[in-house]
Every structure is written in C-alpha cells, then in structure tokens.
Ligand binder design. Structure first.
Ligand SMILES: Cc1cc2nc3c(=O)[nH]c(=O)nc-3n(C[C@H](O)[C@H](O)[C@H](O)COP(=O)(O)OP(=O)(O)OC[C@H]3O[C@@H](n4cnc5c(N)ncnc54)[C@H](O)[C@@H]3O)c2cc1C
Length: 506
C-alpha cells in the first residue's frame, strides 16, 4: 500500500491559505499529520472579498469559531441578502434575500400558492412574506429560530467582514493548533521525475520545504497548479465578460445596513458593503465597454462617504481550472478559478473545496480516483453558480445600453436556458443538482429580474381561494410584526460586541 499523507504544505497566506490552515488543523488528525503554511512577505493578497453567503456558518462551526469574537476581530456586520439596483432597468430595485418566503403548504411551494392568488388579482408582493427582506429593508437583524413554527425559522444570514482582518484572525486560530508558518517567497516548485508529483518548493532564500501534499493558495498566480503542473484554465468570459474591478474603501457615514448593494452601471456593476469601521466599494466592469479611468471616476462619483485610499485595479478572467485537484496538489481560492463576486461566492468555494477535500482525503500522494470524484463535485457546483450569475445579466430590460444589450442577446448555456423555460412555463424553480443556490434563491432572482411565469404548480389549485387569501393575509401580518419587533442591526452589533446577545434565541 502507498504511504499515507503525513505533511501538507499550504502555499499562500491569503483568505484561502488561512481558511485551509484553520479548517484542516481542526479536522485532520494532528498527531499523524503536519501542516505548514508558506506566505510571502513581498507578494500581497488580493485584498478584497468582504461579503459572504450563509453556508459560511457551517465553515465557522467546523473551525470552532466563536461568532462574537470573529465579528469583533473582523469589523464584521450581518448580511441578510443583496439589493440589486437598476439591474432590470434604471430606477428598478429588488432584493435577493437569504432564507425563504413563507413555508410550503401541503408540500407545495409557498410561491406556487402566491402565484395562484396573483393570477386571481392579489397584489401583495412576495417580498412581504420574506422575513429576511423585511428585516433588511428596516435596518433590523435577527437570528433564525430552530422552532419550525416560528416565522424566524425561515431566516438565514451571512457576514460582511474585512478580508485582511479575516485572514489575520484565522491565523490566530491555526497557529496555536500547530500550523507552522514560514515567511518566504516560493521561487520554484520541484517535481518528482518518476511520477510527476510535487516533491518540494524552493524558497527565494535557498531553503526548501518538502511535503507529501501541496495546497495551492497563491491566488491568481496559481504557482503550483498552473505554472508548475500546467493544468488548463477553462475560460467562461463569453458568458461572464467582466474582467476588471476597481476597489476603494470609503468612510462610514451611517449605521451599517445588513445587506450588500449591487448597482448596475453602464459596463458592469458596483458593490457597496457596509462594515463597522468603513464601507467597501468596487466597480466590476468589462474592459471592452469602459476604460480604467472612466471606471474609477464612476466609482469615486458614487461613494456615500469620503474615499480613504487611492482606487486599486484588479484584473481577472472568469472561469475555472477543470482539474483543480491533480496528482498531489489541491488548488483552493483564486488559483482554482474565479467567478465574479456578484453573489459573493468565492469564499464559499474555498470552504466548499476544503470540506470536499476532507471528505475525499487522498489515500496516498497520487490518488486519481478520489481526485476525479472531487473534481466532478466541484465542477457541478461551479456550473450551477455560473448559470445563476449569467441570469442576472441576461434577463435585463436596459434596452439601448450597449453592454446590457449584448448580455440580453447572448446565447446562454443550455442548462440555464432550460431553467428559464421551466420558470416561464410553470413558475418552477426546482432544478437538477441544486447544491448551493436552491429554489428560494432562483425564485428571488427570476422574479426580481422580471422573468414572468405563465402558470403555476397545478397542485396549488387545491382548496378555496378565499381561505388561502386569509391565510396569506395572516402570515403577512405576522411577518410584519416579527420584523418590527426585531432589534436594529446596529443595536444587535453593539450588544454582540459587548457580549450580551442571547445566541440562537427563538
Ligand atoms: C474584485 C473582487 C471582489 C471580490 N469580492 C468577493 C466577495 O465579496 N466575496 C467573496 O467571497 N469573494 C470575493 N472575492 C474573491 C476573494 O477575494 C478571494 O476568493 C479570496 O480573497 C481568496 O483569495 P486567495 O487567498 O485565493 O488569493 P490571495 O488573497 O491573492 O492570496 C494569495 C497568497 O499567496 C501568496 N503568494 C503568492 N505567490 C507566492 C509565492 N511565490 N510565494 C509565497 N507566497 C505566495 C501571497 O503572498 C498571498 O498570501 C473577490 C475577488 C475580486 C477580484
């Protein structure tokens, strides 16, 4: 039998590197497995990545993170969803809230009953039944209830945080658990000539670090998986053409809101993320449609506080490495691929990669069976999210705006075309392989982007219409009351900071 893995070397110390160190140091047997992290003092991190999605709570639990401590350490705020401004047309706004609207009735999705009511002239928007959206709109925050009868059981939430502080915080967790940190730049990667696996990395000062397994967290450089192992990159920019971003922090001018804002611009979109100590801003754009100076000027003209630094430019190509696990190397983070941050999914992909890696941990240095399984699982999740992102751009009505016309008229992947057709035909938002984004997420964006269903689930035709309407009106009132009774986001944060919130209260 081939020798088991005894030493894992993580190359890179950005968000991906330290997430890998923090998680693996908690889940792998420390008495039999060593972890070393090499990070360069000279090569910076990408320095963005401030918004997350709810599964991060699973990661935090797996690492053993205390929420209050983590929020304090990272200047964190809560996130209940994303507000999309001007995506359908200028002046339009909708939200993709986390959690779900109402609860299924007789096993039939809540929104199917709502569609039936709407067909009969009911004008109350679905958002009135979505507690996360109500809370977000009112600047309030609350945690989900484990009691299925409570309206709060429909809630889910994530975080905004300072990316640099997050990596530093994870380091304070990983190092005491035995992760050895080496501060050095990797100058070269050496392969074993007998089997093509990586044998060691050579540092700029001449030292070498040997390992059985290597985790490439070197960001867009992809030093090991790309440069040394030559794994190809599949380019998805024909569907998601944004290839630049310009980012700038600005001064905080008001209490942080518990949602991210994504505002459509002429050649892309702008994010605004409220942290406790500052606001993160950026313009994600397509270089064919706007130049860097114009993009920076647009960004700076649309801040809600004074800029705190010079604008920083980033370049990327949307796509993925089809084999992000190959031989004795796992690529995690930007080295494995990149989907633009419209739905804040990159940090999620880091945790997903690490969790799937742990679930298919290599039996030996080169374990192609486990690697193939891993690559397939990661690929399916990425394709789902790719389709979800394309939908935002494609279903627009910004007629006469060249970039938006291009996105509306482009051919979308068959997998997305089928989803849109299903939704248009019968309001169905349950699709195959729905791993990360599920029915409520697709529903929010399909309806938000004004993709209109012609019909609804026929099972929602059961029962008397006036009874259903009464039930809906009562639910709406309960949602409104629950939202009004919830603490203001800032008060919740202050109490969390002071250590006086009751966590998990119903
Ligand atoms: C514009 C933009 C906005 C984004 N917004 C979000 C968001 O809101 N939410 C989200 O989830 N994600 C977001 N992301 C993605 C997120 O920033 C990344 O997924 C995350 O920061 C992980 O980056 P990384 O650790 O892979 O790479 P990096 O942060 O670039 O870290 C690379 C590390 O490798 C080290 N390194 C590189 N070369 C060497 C070498 N030769 N020797 C030694 N060390 C080396 C560097 O020193 C550094 O420590 C965004 C990305 C972009 C581009």
């Amino acid at each position: 039998m081939a020798a088991p893995i005894r030493h894992i070397v993580i190359v890179g110390g950005g968000t991906a590197g330290w997430m890998a160190a923090a998680l693996l140091s908690n889940v792998l047997p420390r008495d039999r497995l060593r972890l070393t992290l090499v990070e360069s003092p000279d090569i910076g991190t990408v320095g963005v990545g401030e918004a997350t999605i709810p599964p991060i709570q699973f990661f935090n639990r797996a690492v053993g993170i205390d929420e209050a401590e983590f929020m304090r350490a990272t200047e964190g705020t809560f996130k209940l969803g994303i507000a999309f401004r001007d995506w359908v047309r200028p002046g339009h706004r909708y939200m993709h809230p986390f959690g779900q609207p109402g609860q299924a009735i007789k096993g039939v999705s809540f929104h199917a009953w709502w569609l039936r009511l709407r067909t009969a002239g009911y004008t109350v928007p679905l958002s009135d039944f979505w507690l996360a959206e109500k809370l977000a709109d009112e600047g309030r925050f609350d945690t989900p209830s484990p009691d299925a009868r409570s309206p709060k059981s429909t809630l889910a939430y994530a975080y905004h945080f300072d990316a640099g502080l997050y990596a530093a915080y994870l380091r304070t967790i990983a190092e005491p658990r035995g992760v050895t940190r080496v501060e050095a730049t990797v100058a070269d990667v050496a392969l074993d000539p007998t089997d093509g696996t990586v044998s060691h990395v050579i540092l700029a000062d001449g030292r070498r670090v040997d390992g059985d397994y290597f985790i490439d967290c070197t960001g867009f450089r992809a030093l090991v998986i790309g440069q040394a192992l030559g794994r190809p990159y599949e380019d998805w920019s024909h569907w998601l053409p944004a290839n630049r971003a310009v980012a700038v922090p600005s001064a905080r001018t008001r209490d942080p809101v518990p949602f991210t804002t994504a505002t459509a611009r002429s050649a892309g979109w702008q994010w605004r993320i409220n942290l406790r100590h500052r606001t993160g801003n950026g313009y994600v754009y397509v270089a064919d449609h706007i130049d860097d100076d114009q993009a920076a000027a647009t960004l700076l003209a649309n801040l809600d506080g004074q800029a705190l630094a010079d604008p920083r430019f980033l370049r990327f190509t949307t796509g993925r490495r089809t084999q992000s696990r190959y031989k004795n190397v796992l690529a995690v983070g930007l080295s494995s691929g990149f989907l633009e941050p419209l739905e804040s999914t990159s940090i999620h992909f880091i945790q997903h990669a690490l969790i799937k890696f742990a679930a298919t941990f290599p039996l030996s240095k080169d374990d192609p069976l486990s690697a193939n399984l891993y690559n397939r699982m990661i690929g399916e999740e990425l394709e789902q999210v790719r389709d979800f992102l394309i939908l935002h751009y494609h279903a627009n009505q910004r007629v006469g705006d060249p970039f938006w016309d291009r996105m509306r008229h482009m051919d979308v992947p068959d997998s997305l075309a089928e989803k849109i057709a299903l939704f248009r035909a019968r309001g169905c938002a349950i699709f195959p392989n729905q791993t990360l984004f599920q029915e409520p997420n697709w529903l929010a964006v399909l309806l938000g982007q004004e993709v209109e269903p012609a019909s609804y689930d026929p099972l929602a035709d059961a029962g008397d219409l006036s009874d259903i309407r009464q039930g809906f009106d009562a639910t709406r009132q309960i949602i409104a009351q629950t939202a009004r009774a919830a603490p203001r986001h800032m008060d919740y944060l202050s109490r969390l900071n002071a250590g006086s919130n009751r966590r998990g209260a119903a």
